[in-house]
Design a protein. Structure first.
Lengths: 291, 177
């Protein structure tokens, strides 16, 4: 049978394999080019690992530094907040949020000058806040005419102080009785306008809670109907120690810190949030933990 | 058998185990190719050694792990050519009178009882130039134009060397016994 000579060899040798000499592997292992290459490779790896290590250390230092700075910043803010708080409020059992207190002068200004002058230094107002909050609805409705009537303030300017004292001395006043007083005096509109939450805040924030497991007010959390883009609640002790953080509106503080229940007293809350327009706000104030 | 893809990945990560696996799997093929191109088995072992060193150093450039076998094949071939060139630089430069006219296919009978080893020996006995061209063209399937470019000679030279190689081999086979 005749066959092309190339085909003969192609058939035999295209997949031809042969056994190498036994020492081929060790020759390869000791080949100078190969050992030099491996050496270069290991030096290269060493340099890469060293570089990665350095980068990791540097970045962690930067990270830790920025953490410390921001913590210090927040702590400063809290300490400032505590220092700014009026003493009377701190001891009062159900003090109104401090923000409303700060709002007070502004609101007063928007009324008449005659009203401000005698009332601004009148701190006793805060001590009746308890009653005021309870009678909020009644008072606000009655306060309306007082605001609308510009002739009243002038008329009652001199009688404003005695009226306040009267209210203070009789804390058991019924809403109706007080309404009568207010109508006459026309000055007590100030505490009533300060009682509602500031219109700028979309949250209604309780000022006290009782984490005793009875299912009532066991958890402190702000409530809102507005659209909030981002939200963070921080709770601090009066010494400025951070006790709690939450980014979830549904998840509030239950009065615990590191597994233990905190004792009754007042604490500071910070609420940082972005409203629907992306504007950043901070609501802050104090809350009372009641045992 | 370990998959080529895993071997390649391991070798690219400089793992000694994968390098050993690659060697075990392909040393037969590399040695076989080297023996065809070399004049003797000592040369073939040198070619094989060079080939594996090149493989381990350059495997990081191999992108497709499934193409390992053809990649090793072509590295072995090129290493063999380099080896022959460095061993005898003038061999391929010897001008061979170019043949004109038709080059007929060379046919051969009586090849059945010739062993693989004997055929291999016939190849090795060819002059370097003939052997190289015959290997590249007849067994490894390169085109004559490609071979001319690889060896840096004219297509006509390749064609005439190929033809002469075949004639010599035919004589060897027919005179064997």
């Amino acid at each position: 049978m005749n066959k092309k000579i190339d085909d003969i060899f192609k058939e035999k040798f295209s997949n031809f394999e042969a056994k190498p000499e036994d020492d081929l592997w060790s020759k390869i292992q000791h080949d100078q080019r190969w050992t030099e290459h491996q050496h270069r490779q290991s030096v290269k790896n060493l340099i890469i690992y060293a570089a990665i290590g350095v980068v990791a250390i540097v970045s962690s230092i930067i990270l830790i530094n920025s953490r410390i700075k921001s913590d210090v910043k927040v702590k400063d803010e809290v300490v400032k907040e505590i220092n700014e708080m009026p003493r009377a409020e701190v001891t009062s059992v159900s003090a109104p949020p401090t923000l409303s207190d700060a709002e007070e002068p502004a609101l007063e200004e928007s009324l008449t000058e005659a009203l401000i002058e005698p009332n601004a230094p009148d701190k006793p107002l805060t001590s009746i806040a308890d009653e005021e909050v309870q009678n909020l609805e009644a008072v606000t409705t009655i306060a309306e005419p007082a605001k609308e009537n510009p002739s009243l303030p002038v008329q009652t300017e001199t009688s404003s102080k005695p009226t306040n004292k009267q209210v203070k001395e009789n804390p058991t006043h019924t809403p109706v009785e007080k309404a009568g007083n207010l109508q006459n005096a026309g000055t007590a509109a100030n505490p009533s306008t300060s009682s509602p939450k500031p219109t700028s805040s979309p949250f209604s924030i309780p000022n006290a809670f009782t984490p005793n497991g009875d299912g009532l007010n066991d958890v402190f959390a702000p409530v809102t109907n507005s659209e909030i883009q981002s939200y963070q609640l921080d709770i601090y002790s009066r010494s400025g120690q951070k006790l709690f953080t939450s980014r979830n509106l549904q998840y509030g503080w239950n009065g615990e810190y590191q597994g233990g229940m905190m004792e009754g007293g007042s604490y500071i809350y910070f609420i940082r949030y972005k409203d629907a327009d992306g504007q950043e706000h901070i609501d802050k104030g104090q809350l009372l933990l009641i045992r | 058998m370990v998959k080529d893809k895993e071997i390649v990945a391991g070798c690219q990560a400089d793992k000694p185990l994968s390098q050993r696996q690659l060697y075990e799997k392909y040393c037969g093929m590399v040695t076989g190719i080297a023996l065809r191109y070399a004049q003797c088995s000592a040369d073939a072992m040198d070619i094989a050694q060079d080939t594996f060193v090149k493989i381990f150093i350059n495997i990081k450039h191999l992108k497709d792990g499934n193409a390992l076998s053809p990649w090793i094949h072509s590295i072995t071939t090129r290493t063999a050519l380099d080896f022959l060139k460095s061993k005898n630089p003038s061999q391929n430069l010897i001008p061979i009178e170019e043949m004109t006219g038709d080059i007929a296919d060379v046919y051969c009978e009586k090849y059945d009882n010739i062993s693989e080893e004997q055929l291999l020996q016939f190849i090795q006995e060819l002059p370097d130039g003939y052997r190289t061209v015959f290997n590249l063209c007849a067994i490894d399937g390169y085109k004559q134009e490609e071979i001319a470019a690889m060896l840096g000679c004219s297509h006509a030279t390749v064609r005439s060397q190929y033809f002469k190689a075949k004639k010599i081999l035919k004589e060897k086979i027919e005179n064997y016994e």
